[in-house]
Design a protein around this ligand. Structure first.
Ligand code: C2E
Ligand code: CA
Ligand code: CA
Length: 615
């Protein structure tokens, strides 16, 4: 209520065909109220058309329109007006009829001053109540309208960037194609994905990720015209709809403009981050007739752009469909593979560099595909991760590897360890820990002999949860290793905070350790730091004697690589163990050093050892 409203005196309309009654009422009520008078219902209606009244006091019996007939018409015009009827009759029937017609109160003649004051006070209070109620209702209605608009906005726009979302984008695509159908113009869909965005999220946090996305959205907006749509279609993926394209070359130009727009670094606090983009392009009518086909094809093009290492742009080409089919066929056959026992666990020995002993192995999965033959993990792990099959595969490898290791232990090959790779998706399963416990129990393997290998990336997906889970795994007695160490974005210092036992030095550093001084320095730094933190270091991908000697010099604990053996099936691994009773390998024999002469009974596990050449 405005200040003016609240100061306003109540307006009362007095209607009676008897002038004396009118004047009497005015006299009684004009102290504190503004009174208007009407001699008939007709006059009253004319007045009501121009002014509004808080209260109407009306006689029931008048010539022309009667008081009873007047009530609904007053209420129709101004619903908040309160009507009080006056009657010469004392009978209750009139009172009831008045109330039915919508009057608030009823007073009878002869009029008493006190009776009138009381009735008017009650009526005006009621009027205030009605107004309050109406104000509240209006307010509610506004709120509902506002919220509805908000909800609609949420349904069609991305919260973070305020760009249209994928739903609205699909809608706009459909509209644009409907319009383009009759014209010479083409319509382009560009899917733009930020390369390695996950790393930014993982290492710098989600707030930083949000800053990058928001800024990326603004840069993309600047690359296209007013009439074009820029939408956020998914996590780090944006979708652009360009209408009025006269030739495909224009789309290539837009792509170049986008690549240029991403050249300046993103400023995240004091840190500068460089972000490149991959772009996939689909064109109507060239690549399809309807928007879902074009989108799917743009997405296939984007996939290829990503596959080629990112920072590039690909137009859709029809042969991509063939690739997609191949993938689908692989997916279908993978679903049957578990039941058909097509997955096989291979074992690659882990060698203690000080003693030359085989101390255990890493379990590495293979897929014996009925048509394609023996497939290495690189051919199917990615797909298995996408489809979720990795959970079953990982479970299979863990249980076979634990059972096998326990069997070797039982047959007297010593306390061999087993390392099992755990993919991020598998690790995220709510029952992961329970399964580990169950497998250890079923296979009767001492938990100390099991080491789970995780990558930095899968830990950094949700560091707090990971730390908690890793702690529980170690409480079981099992061990935890960081796989491919050094390839992630994380710094050495975060090693301190992780509940782990082992660092597996990535092959790429080992590879360069004897040729590239930078790599050598890094390997040295990692080993020293890990040892200071009480962690064991395993070098991966050791292929040459030189590498091995360098690692031994640095007191690297264990090594794994083609120099000792490729991953082999369980039978081959076992026969090699049988041949080498002390579990010592030929690498020591091949590079005899005076202090190593006592390593005699050694054998190479691989039937044909691969000695790295040309590196
Ligand atoms: P990874 O865990 O880093 O495993 C080591 C890989 O390096 C193995 O490749 C192994 O054959 C290869 N390797 C070992 N020594 C040498 C060497 O001296 N030189 C070279 N060039 N390579 C060497 P593989 O078996 O093809 O496995 C590739 C990746 O697939 C593994 O990398 C691992 O990330 C994944 N993987 C394998 N098995 C499983 C599994 O059961 N579950 C999950 N989640 N991932 C698996
Ligand atoms: Ca591994
Ligand atoms: Ca590795």
């Amino acid at each position: 209520m405005s200040a003016e409203d609240s100061k306003k005196r109540p307006a009362i309309l007095i209607i009676d065909d008897d002038e004396q009654v009118r004047n009497l009422l005015r006299e009684i009520l004009s102290d504190g109220n503004d009174c208007a008078l009407a001699g008939s219902a007709e006059d009253a209606l004319a007045l009501l058309g121009t002014e509004s009244f808080n209260l109407v006091i009306s006689d029931i019996n008048m010539g022309g329109i009667s008081g009873l007939e007047l009530i609904p018409r007053v209420l129709e015009q101004t619903p908040d007006t309160v009507v009080v009827m006056i009657s010469g009759q004392q009978t209750i029937d009139y009172a009831i009829e008045s109330m039915r017609a919508g009057a608030f109160d009823y007073i009878t003649k002869p009029l008493g001053i006190r009776q009138i004051h009381a009735a008017v006070r009650r009526a005006l209070e009621h009027h205030e109540l009605l107004r309050e109620k109406r104000r509240y209702e209006n307010h509610l209605e506004d709120l509902v309208k506002e919220r509805t608009a908000e909800v609609e906005h949420l349904a069609y726009y991305d919260r973070l960037t305020d760009l249209p979302n994928r739903v609205l984008f699909a809608d706009r695509c459909a509209q644009a194609l409907a319009i383009a159908h009759g014209t010479q113009h083409q319509t382009g869909v560009l899917l733009v994905s930020l390369d390695r965005f996950k790393k930014i999220n993982d290492t710098l946090g989600h707030d930083a990720g949000d800053v990058v996305l928001t800024e990326a959205a603004a840069r993309l907006r600047n690359c296209v015209g007013e009439a074009d749509t820029v939408a956020r279609s998914d996590g780090d993926e944006f979708a652009l709809l360009l209408t009025q394209v006269s030739e495909a070359g224009e789309l290539a130009n837009v792509s170049l403009a986008i690549a240029d727009a991403f050249k300046p670094p993103f400023q995240l606090g004091r840190q500068e981050v460089y972000v490149t983009v991959s772009i996939g392009i689909g064109i109507f009518p060239l690549n399809g007739e309807d928007h879902s086909t074009i989108l799917r094809n743009a997405s296939a093009a984007l996939y290829r752009a990503k596959k080629q290492g990112g920072n590039n742009c690909q137009f859709y080409a029809a042969d991509m469909n063939a690739q997609a089919h191949k993938r689908l066929a692989l997916e279908t056959s993978m679903r049957r593979a578990i039941e058909n026992d097509e997955f096989i666990t291979y074992y690659q020995p882990l060698v203690n560099l000080a003693s030359g002993e085989v101390v255990g192995s890493e379990a590495l999965v293979r897929w014996l595909h009925p048509e394609l033959g023996l497939l290495p993990p690189a051919k199917f792990i990615g797909l298995a991760e996408d489809t979720g099959m990795i959970v079953d595969i990982g479970d299979f490898v863990m249980s076979t590897a634990c059972a096998q290791t326990r069997a070797w232990q039982d047959r007297g090959y010593g306390r061999l360890h087993i390392a099992v790779n755990v993919s991020a998706r598998h690790f995220r399963q709510p029952n992961f820990l329970d399964r580990v416990v169950q497998i250890l129990k079923e296979t009767r393997l001492d938990p100390v002999c099991l080491e789970l290998e995780l990558t930095e990336t899968s830990i950094m997906e949700n560091p707090e949860a990971a730390v908690e889970l890793l702690t529980e795994i170690r409480n079981l007695g099992a061990r935890v290793a960081i796989d491919d160490f050094g390839t992630g974005y994380s710094s050495l210092s975060y090693l301190k905070r992780l509940p782990i036992d082992t660092v597996k030095l990535d092959r790429s550093f080992v590879n360069g350790a004897t040729s590239d001084p930078d790599d050598a320095a890094l390997v040295m730094a990692i080993i020293t730091l890990a040892h200071n933190l009480g962690l064991k270091v395993i070098a991966e991908g050791v292929e040459t004697d030189e590498q091995m000697n360098f690692l031994r010099l640095l007191r690297c604990d264990e090594a794994q690589g083609y120099l000792f053996s490729k991953p082999v099936p369980a039978e081959d691994f076992e026969s090699a163990l049988t041949l080498a009773p002390q579990r010592k390998l030929s690498f020591l024999a091949r590079s005899p050093r005076p202090d190593l002469n006592d390593y005699s009974n050694v054998v190479n596990l691989a039937s044909k050892p691969i000695r790295s050449s040309g590196r």
